[in-house]
Design a binder for this molecule. Structure first.
Ligand SMILES: [Zn+2]
Length: 121
């Protein structure tokens, strides 16, 4: 099988992402298109995100009695590329693009392009 070469790990933010852990996102491309879920983890070095209930694969697992693992085909989520997800606005109930806005106390927040709802306030 052809193995994809992973990008080299860097100290800084190699892939600036528009999403964070805990965000609600909608998948806009691929086999899970249309699904919404919460971001569990962000892999900044690979530009990928792990979304709850999205991109499930069946993994053949060996039983390991030491850790109480039964073995067999275990379904689990795998990370998908961050470009496949869009931030989901809970106020206008649709996936949205964001813009940055400064708050009064010099912090920055992501703002919904449609309804101006703030995501990090
Ligand atoms: Zn909105």
């Amino acid at each position: 099988m052809l193995q994809m070469k992973r990008p080299r790990k860097t100290k800084y933010n190699a892939f600036p992402l528009h999403v964070k852990t805990g965000d609600t996102v909608m998948v806009v491309s691929g086999k899970d298109k249309g699904q919404t879920g919460t971001i569990r983890r962000v892999f900044k070095d690979r530009g990928k995100v792990l979304v709850e209930g999205v991109n499930k694969v069946k993994k053949a697992t060996k039983p390991n009695p030491m850790f109480g693992i039964q073995g067999g085909l275990v379904e689990r989520e795998t990370p998908i590329h961050a470009s496949k997800v869009m931030l989901y606005c809970l106020q206008c109930n649709k996936p949205t693009r964001i813009k940055m806005e400064s708050l009064a106390d010099n912090r920055k927040t992501r703002v919904c392009k449609h309804c101006q709802a703030q995501f990090d306030s």
